[in-house]
Design a protein around this ligand. Structure first.
Ligand SMILES: *[C@@H]1O[C@H](CO)[C@@H](O)[C@H](O)[C@H]1NC(C)=O
Ligand SMILES: *[C@@H]1O[C@H](CO)[C@@H](O)[C@H](O)[C@H]1NC(C)=O
Length: 347
């Protein structure tokens, strides 16, 4: 499994707990149409899904889950989600769990068994993937999902996280528009964090493997919709702007996400990132940002200031120095914050 570069992974959205030893998980399989429902039956009958650890999985079809989480109005509403998507590929096969170690493990470990575009959603995640080996628990109220994408051109695989980020910010705007709600100005902190009013409310993690001449990309998304701890969340900000407003639902956001993502992904594959660049730059936080880079001159490290212009074709930051020299910014590998300890490469 290879982490995509340039990438800084999803940081914990909440607090850490000790790793749970043996666990058992319920996965509910649900399709948009009878085609995906047949896939669900096949996976269940042949018991095809597995997790990397010793987790015991029980697979259920949507039609069998009635007694499981009855009356729990906080849990993800599968019908509401399925009704809210109108995609041709993405999000049409859903795996939902009330509590799961990691949505990313479910889709990445069993990539080939699942139809491309399959999504796994959980209400509580207790082994979310982070950059370090820490174990993180994300409580209810966070929207957490992972889904699969197949790509052929390795050169553009690292850019997929930007398409995902943009699909989320645009999806949230769409949901607000559709419900007549005030506008929530979700922003992208490059490379893969989501910010609201200067606070982190979400992030994206992409990993890929190369199999049978294709890149198997697993995309993980975490977005704090309903939990105002430890920072803020979408609905808290919405209530601040307009106390009487109806709140955003996770199902509607992830539904709108797949509608956006499918459109953006097709544009991206057909016409390249250029077709989305303008929208992306309007949504990220970095146009014109001045950052310090460390230049090596002989044995000396000299700090210089450069101004961010955009992205390079390989997905790194494009910047211009005070000497008008264009450069590509790379992390020095020592710092957790991408914007510290940058080194520049002349281009
Ligand atoms: C699903 O993932 C598990 C854990 O990595 C693996 O052992 C199993 O072979 C996978 N199943 C299939 C059908 O690929
Ligand atoms: C789930 O969504 C469906 C479709 O929108 C709705 O009819 C149903 O009442 C919802 N269930 C719960 C428990 O909210």
């Amino acid at each position: 499994m290879q982490k995509l570069s340039p990438l800084i992974s999803l940081r914990p959205l909440s607090f850490s707990v000790a790793a749970t030893a043996m666990d058992s998980c319920v996965l509910v399989l649900c399709g948009k149409s009878s085609v995906e429902d047949d896939v669900a039956k096949r996976l269940k009958n042949n018991n095809l899904l597995k997790l990397p650890d010793d987790t015991q999985l029980s697979l259920l079809l949507h039609s069998e889950m009635e007694n499981l989480v009855k009356d729990d109005c906080d849990s993800f509403n599968l019908s509401l989600f399925m009704n809210s998507i109108s995609t041709a590929r993405f999000g049409r096969f859903l795996i939902w769990s009330p509590r799961l170690s990691s949505t990313h493990d479910v889709v990445s470990h069993n990539f080939s068994e699942l139809p491309v575009g399959s999504v796994c959603v959980t209400d509580i995640q207790f082994k979310g993937r982070g950059r370090t080996k820490n174990v993180w628990e994300s409580p209810k109220g966070c929207l957490m999902y992972s889904f699969t994408v197949e790509m052929e051109d390795g050169r553009i695989v690292p850019l997929i996280q930007y398409i995902v980020s943009l699909a989320i910010t645009e999806a949230v705007k769409d949901v607000c528009d559709n419900k007549g709600l005030p506008y929530i100005d979700l922003k992208i902190k490059w490379p893969n964090d989501l910010y609201l009013n200067g606070l982190k409310v979400g992030g994206i993690l992409c990993t890929s493997t190369y199999r049978s001449r294709k890149f198997h990309v697993s995309v993980g998304v975490g977005l704090n919709v309903d939990n105002d701890q430890p920072t803020t969340c979408l609905n808290a900000v919405l209530k601040d702007i307009s106390p009487a407003s109806i709140l955003l639902k996770r199902e509607e956001i992830v539904g709108a996400f797949f509608d956006k993502f499918e459109k953006f992904f097709d544009l991206f594959i057909d016409q390249g990132f250029k077709s989305l660049e303008e929208l992306y730059y309007r949504t990220w936080l970095h146009s014109g940002q001045r950052v310090i880079v460390e230049d090596k001159i002989g044995d000396q490290v000299v700090q210089n200031v450069v101004t961010i212009q955009g992205l390079t074709s390989s997905g790194y930051l494009l910047a211009i120095g005070d000497d008008y020299q264009m450069c590509e910014l790379h992390p020095d590998g020592n710092s957790f914050d991408f914007f510290k300890g940058l080194v520049r490469r002349k281009i």
